[in-house]
Design a protein around this ligand. Structure first.
Ligand code: BES
Ligand code: MN
Ligand code: MN
Length: 462
């Protein structure tokens, strides 16, 4: 039997080329202009699962983009691993900031990836990481050492809130029945120090609209005499944080779990350099909630951030105008126990209540999801740690991430199983940003590590 290391060495060029083909497909779920590409990508994922050795693969239609489901059931008495991933990607813009076109993958070296990284939208989030699972599975099938049953569920709407996946999961408990859910859609500390994500933040995403006069006005004739929606919106947004950068929405922190000093001391042991962090982002200082350090601010604490703000004249030159309306998109990252629907409500009530006379305010909820924390004494966690320890030579560190994969909390609620987040990306891989990339080292290490998770999970389940 060939071992995984040599299988990867012998097949790595093919693995990389296959991933490159997948990355050429612009499966942007947020933009209807790409709808055919998203659908084509689901087909490509289906074919890849068939080729890798699934006995049954189907495209499950939804009210939105399809979910690709595949399985190989070898023995009903053995454990079943459900692999989740997504084939949709974020929009590529601002396109002018890419050093090479987002859907024309190229391999370039970087300081962090001296062995090369594939640059393309979706390289890390999540096509590259999802495809590691397909190739790891191919290896186990080819070498007759698949130790358990596998189900794949690869969706096309993660980046837009997984609304239809929610319905699919609710309606397919039997089909999706599993002993553990395995996801590679997060990151790790560094290529020398693996980590396992033990927490994800929840999310509430809203859009706000401030309306003043019924038309745009001459800023000389009317300026000073009517509420300017842009001025008001800026003021309202500014008031959402106090001087300590605490969020001012009444009730916002009610259910926030306060970590003990011991837990915070444990977190602080993870390697982190504030100097490097600032340097990587070209910042003269960090900024955030008083009383917490950077690694707490971006993981165990909730946030409120404007993601976009617009209104008025932004074209060339000057136009003296008071816009009739101003808008903003706002995301709130939540921690476990904060219910996203409750928070969305609290936000809406508060935001409406602080609007001065002279404007009207509308809050439109977009989507959201609950946060997640997973224990580190489960079989799944132990198996993942054993797998990382073997391939990286050092044990993984548990880390709570600031990002969100809202469907994970739903999996637990509906399917009653724990999720193990085995991410192989790095924060510097620029997911959601221009020049997203995924290290070749990371891609291949992922393929090597995954079969070991299968092996140890089955061993520990006995
Ligand atoms: N893979 C990311 C989430 C992620 C990345 C978690 C890195 C932890 C570490 C996922 O594709 C994503 O972008 N999620 C969205 C939420 C979704 C509802 C749009 C997010 O976190 O903004
Ligand atoms: Mn993702
Ligand atoms: Mn994403």
């Amino acid at each position: 039997m060939e071992n995984i290391k040599s299988y990867v060495q012998q097949n790595k060029d093919r693995f990389i080329n296959e991933l490159i083909e997948l990355l050429k497909m612009p499966s942007v779920s947020a933009d209807a202009a790409y709808s055919q590409d998203v659908i084509d990508t689901s087909e490509a994922v289906k074919v890849s699962l068939e080729k890798a050795g699934c006995d049954f693969v189907e495209i499950c239609e939804t009210a939105g983009y399809p979910i690709v489901y595949g399985e190989k059931i070898i023995d009903k008495n053995l454990p079943t691993i459900l692999v989740y991933g997504h084939y949709d990607v974020q929009p590529a813009d601002p396109i002018e900031l890419w050093t090479s076109p987002p859907f024309e993958p190229v391999i370039k070296t970087t300081e962090i990836h001296p062995e090369g990284a594939i640059f393309a939208r979706g390289a890390c989030d999540d096509k590259g990481q999802m495809y590691m699972h397909v190739k790891a599975f191919e290896y186990m099938v080819q070498n007759n050492n698949l130790p358990c049953n596998v189900k794949f569920m690869i969706e096309g709407e993660e980046e837009v809130g997984s609304v239809n996946l929610k319905t699919f999961v609710e309606n397919n408990h039997d089909k999706l029945k599993n002993d553990v859910i395995l996801i590679s859609d997060t990151g790790m500390i560094s290529n020398q120090q693996p980590s396992i994500t033990t927490g994800l933040r929840g999310l509430s995403y809203v859009e706000v609209e401030v309306t003043g006069p019924n038309r745009d006005l001459h800023s000389g004739l009317y300026g000073g005499a009517v509420a300017n929606p842009i001025n008001i919106l800026a003021k309202m947004i500014a008031s959402l944080h106090d001087e300590n950068n605490h969020i001012t929405i009444p009730g916002f922190y009610d259910n926030v779990e306060e970590l003990s000093l011991e837990e915070r001391a444990e977190m602080a042991k993870a390697p982190f350099s504030l100097e490097k962090y600032k340097k990587a982002l070209n910042l003269n200082d960090v900024y955030g909630e008083k009383g917490y350090v950077t690694n707490e601010r971006n993981s165990i604490r909730p946030t409120l951030d404007v993601n976009g703000i617009w209104g008025g004249y932004t074209g060339e030159g000057a136009k003296t105008v008071i816009a009739s309306q101003a808008f903003a998109k706002i995301s709130m990252r939540l921690v476990p126990n904060q219910d996203w629907e409750v928070i969305t409500d609290l936000f809406a009530k508060h935001f409406e209540s602080i609007a001065p006379a002279g404007v009207t305010v509308k809050v439109k909820p977009h989507h959201g999801g609950q946060g997640y924390v997973t224990p580190i004494d489960s079989i799944g966690y132990k198996a993942a740690n054993m797998a990382y320890t073997e391939t990286f030579g050092v044990p993984a560190i548990p880390v709570r991430s600031g990002g969100s994969i809202p469907i994970v909390a739903l999996f637990e609620k509906e399917l009653k199983s724990k999720t193990i987040l085995m991410g192989f990306g790095l924060d510097s891989d620029a997911i959601h940003s221009p020049n997203e990339h995924f290290g070749i080292f990371n891609f291949l290490k992922g393929i090597e590590t995954i079969p070991l998770f299968y092996k140890y999970f089955v061993e520990l389940s006995k």
